[in-house]
Design a protein around this ligand. Structure first.
Ligand code: FES
Length: 137
């Protein structure tokens, strides 16, 4: 049964709405994306050091990829538990890294997230294929 009560607005990097979903406290963002058929697998989804695109959640939540990279609102980011060292290391490899980036598989939904945006990063596969280093902010 799908969660209810906590609304999350998935958006692309330009702020265009992808889908609004309802979640329950304790759901993780990666599982929600799968459950609600949100296509997070655009061309920007690549495994570090590989030219292959990969489906979101390529490593199934074991912090060995960055395909589940999402960008949270600052208010939400601030109330969450700090990312682990492993997560920070993996985020460093993610394209389009921001100050409020997290790995979706490591983020559990809280009540404070109700009504907030979950943005997808802007980086593109072309940046990678061209061999340019990703720009970190
Ligand atoms: Fe690989 Fe989240 S699914 S780090």
């Amino acid at each position: 049964e799908r969660g209810t009560g906590i609304k999350l607005h998935f958006k692309d990097h330009k702020g265009n709405s992808i889908k609004t979903i309802e979640a329950s406290e304790g759901d993780d963002i990666l599982s929600l994306a799968h459950e609600w058929d949100i296509d997070l697998e655009g061309d920007h989804r690549v495994i570090p050091h590989s030219s292959l695109t990969s489906p979101i959640g390529a490593c199934e939540g074991s912090i060995a990829c960055s395909t589940c990279h999402v960008i949270l609102e600052p208010d939400v980011y601030d109330v969450l538990p700090e990312p682990s060292d492993d997560e920070n290391d993996m985020l460093d490899l993610a394209f389009g890294l921001t100050d409020t980036s997290r790995l979706g598989c490591q983020v559990l939904v809280t009540k404070e997230m109700d009504g907030s945006d979950i943005r997808l990063p802007s980086a593109t596969r072309n940046m990678f294929v061209d061999g340019k280093k990703p720009t970190h902010h």
